[in-house]
Design a protein around this ligand. Structure first.
Ligand code: AVJ
Length: 321
């Protein structure tokens, strides 16, 4: 197992975090980027969310992968390289790869979160015989690194599961898919997992669960800002809120200030006064219709070669033209 960090995680990572927090908290409305939800505790809380009966993304996707992995490989050319963007616990890839035809495959895991990478790497090491390379990097950086290091034989499969793509707005999705396509060759493939639009009550239960795990996941972002950037957020005075924004087809998570209060973040020179009821927008999770996927992939240069659906979740396979 090899680790190839794009740069030392702590210093460069912390500077980027400080910069992103300084910028996003002074936007109107105030925001914090969702990619920072995944520190060590945040990654564990997300794994707990995936075990909640109300958040069905992970379990439905897992059963779709188990049921259709062989069909997915039957629609692919011989694959020598698999790149998983945002591998989470690594379980999804274990399930998919169990159905691979006998052939040497190198798996590349790409994530900015070291905690997530470590977890996925150890699950894959324990549960599969795959060669694993971990890249602590953004998705684009990781894809380019894999593209540059690739040798002659076999095609590449990029997997982007768990509805991770749902954190991107429409414009970023197009830009991201095009950038991904640019690192690939004709005949390479992309497997995307997307959560689909479903009744509002179901969506809200998934993002505001009765056990408060999602609330803890969201509020942990403030704990992280306090710890890593010397903030003084009073975490008890911000509450979790999930809303379904139907016109933009996304669930939004917010942290709502319970009172008028002043917050300082020394590490990025911020001194902010929140009004009572003022939100910080921390995440968007876009929901799709299954038919949205073909045009979305087509715009980036992929033809859809398969789609599998169950209980409001879809796996879509595209081939690079
Ligand atoms: C990991 C981004 C797919 O948006 O559903 C879970 C994260 N947020 N509960 C999602 C999340 C709140 C999740 N993704």
């Amino acid at each position: 197992m090899r680790h190839s960090a794009a740069s030392s995680p702590s210093d460069a990572g912390r500077t980027a975090f400080a910069k992103d927090v300084a910028h996003s908290l002074t936007l109107s409305p105030r925001q914090l980027p969702s990619r920072y939800l995944y520190d060590e505790l945040g990654s564990s809380l997300f794994e707990a969310i995936c075990r909640l009966p109300w958040y069905r993304v992970a379990t439905i996707e897992q059963s779709l992968l188990a049921a259709h992995a062989a069909a997915i490989f039957s629609r692919l050319p011989p694959i020598s390289t698999v790149v998983e963007l945002g591998p989470g616990s690594g379980e999804k890839l274990v399930t998919l790869m169990a159905a691979r035809p006998a052939r040497d495959v190198t798996v590349h895991l790409v994530d900015v979160s070291l905690a997530a990478l470590d977890q996925a790497t150890s699950v894959l090491a324990a549960r599969s015989s795959l060669t694993v390379v971990a890249h602590q990097a953004t998705y684009e950086e990781g894809l380019s690194a894999v593209g540059r290091s690739r040798d002659g034989s076999g095609q590449t499969l990029v997997v982007f599961l768990g509805s991770n793509i749902g954190n991107f707005d429409a414009q970023s999705t197009d830009a991201f898919l095009r950038a991904a396509r640019a690192t690939l060759r004709s005949g390479d493939a992309l497997l995307v997992g997307t959560d689909l639009v479903k009744p509002e009550a179901e969506l809200l239960l998934a993002y505001d669960d009765p056990l408060g795990v999602t609330a803890a996941f969201n509020r942990n972002l403030l704990v992280r800002v306090n710890r890593e950037l010397g903030g003084d957020f009073d975490v008890n005075r911000f509450s979790h809120r999930a809303v379904w924004n139907a016109s933009d087809s996304r669930v939004e998570m917010h942290l709502v200030s319970q009172s008028r209060q002043r917050v300082r973040v020394a590490g990025c020179g911020l001194d902010i006064t929140f009004d009572a009821g003022e939100p910080i927008w921390t995440e968007s999770s876009y929901k799709y219709r299954a038919a949205d996927l073909a045009p979305m992939l087509d715009r980036a240069g992929f033809d859809v070669t398969g789609q599998w659906q169950d209980s409001g979740f879809a796996l879509t396979l595209g081939a690079a033209r």
